[in-house]
Design a protein around this ligand. Structure first.
Ligand code: FMN
Length: 174
């Protein structure tokens, strides 16, 4: 079984969650993790499970203006944040728009602030809707992993991501 994890990340947290999900899936699948700008080629190699994640920006998926704001925030002299390579290029929103007729099992995740979803919004819900629209069968509800106000993953989130990866592996094996 082949699993492909595609992520967008400004500051590295969604990337870390993608890697932790991969670690959880590792026992049941041959897993590849790619940043979204490498997704088209990786998907061409075939996958039985597609897992897609992005940071939540302005209640939904990053767009050019929010990516620009994220990079500008990281460039401020007092910032401890470092933009990921390609942070300001096209991301999951634009890549999802290119997909069509994708008959594959899939799951969606995001990172977001630690507050109720009506306040934060969720990129994962938008990703799930788009994946379904493009023909994917979702094997679980969209999942969120939480960051602090200083943009660090909450301490238990690596473990939660690994557990979620393992549960996706079990679901796809059934
Ligand atoms: C421009 C911008 C807008 C954001 N909007 C939201 C939001 O609406 N809801 C939320 O929960 N978090 C919001 N955040 C926080 C991000 O979700 C957080 O920075 C992200 O999860 C970190 O993941 P990354 O390190 O992979 O970029 C925003 C961050 C930025 C830079």
């Amino acid at each position: 079984m082949r699993a492909l994890i595609v992520y967008e990340s400004m500051y590295g947290n969604t990337h870390l969650i993608a890697d932790a999900i991969a670690a959880g899936l590792d026992t049941t699948a041959d897993v590849t993790v790619v940043p979204v700008h490498e997704a088209a080629g990786a998907l061409g190699d075939g996958a039985d499970l597609l897992v897609v994640g992005a940071p939540t920006h302005v209640h939904g998926l990053p767009r050019p203006s929010t990516r620009k704001a994220a990079v500008e925030a990281a460039e401020k002299p007092d910032s401890r944040l470092t933009p990921e390579p390609g942070a300001e290029t096209d991301g999951v929103r634009e890549w999802l728009d290119t997909l069509d007729g994708l008959e594959v099992h899939a799951a969606a995740f995001d990172t977001r602030l630690d507050a109720p979803t009506p306040i934060t919004g969720s990129a994962a819900k938008k990703i799930a809707k788009q994946l379904r629209h493009h023909g994917c069968t979702l094997i679980d509800e969209p999942h969120s992993f939480l960051v602090t106000k200083s943009t660090e993953l909450e301490p238990d989130q690596h473990d939660k991501a690994r557990e979620w990866g393992a549960s996706l592996g079990r679901a796809i094996s059934r």
